[in-house]
Design a protein around this ligand. Sequence first.
Ligand code: AMP
Ligand code: MG
Length: 270
Amino acid sequence: MNKKQPLRPKPGNVVHLEDYDPGDTGGYADKDAARELLKDNRDRMRELQEVLWAEHKHALLIVLQAMDAGGKDGTIRHVMHGVNPQGVQVSGFKVPTSEELDHDFLWRIHQHTPPRGMIGIFNRSHYEDVLVVRVEKLVPEPVWQARYEHINAFERLLTDAGVTILKFYLHISRDEQKERFQARLDDPTKNWKFAKGDLTVRAKWGQYMAAYEDALTRCNTEWAPWYIVPANKKWYRNLVISSRIVETLEKLNLRYPDPEPDLDQVVIPD
Ligand code: AMP
Ligand code: MG
């Protein structure tokens, strides 16, 4: 196993997930070693998000994809902790309704893309339409095959409209999933997170990995990059994702808008 694989595969490169170690911790020894860094990232994210909101020029879209128990909910809880809720919108995508299925697959997604000034988080996304839909054969192959290009064009459209896109695949191992499922079964407060159907999906692990590899290969564009996040260790996953978000927001060169002229001459009447 080559642990030196970059987190961000080069656009055009074919992704082989077995080259990526889900247990990698980037050289950090343990949670304590990363604690301060995560805190710094959150503090910085809070500052940047305020300027993003004030400037009202850009939006950030964070896409989270993973197998069941991969850590999507935990990522949202930990990484966005402390960010002003008014500036964040989280959208989860479940099995489509019959109304949604009567439209093109991006129709329901487009309604949830973040407006200027906002951070949007997708807990699952349009990628389900080339993952579960492909593996479970919910549509004929030519239909899902055409979707990679549709997705790339859609993400290009969003980018051109001022939405910066970051896509994270939370990479856990099959063993780690088993442990997390077991915890969901053992802890009554976690039972609700477990569905027996999750085991049907788990049984097709290999097919899902193949579908993920195709999505990570074919939709890894310059304008909407995929990051493959080692996610067995939750603290490292949080560190990696928060670092990428901070780095991305920094690059936007966010600025508070110019004040109205002559504010220094304003006298507030009693
Ligand atoms: P959860 O995230 O555990 O609440 O589960 C949501 C379920 O909805 C998962 O099993 C997803 O695979 C499924 N899902 C999401 N989007 C789609 C889609 N476009 N087509 C079919 N199933 C979907
Ligand atoms: Mg579930």
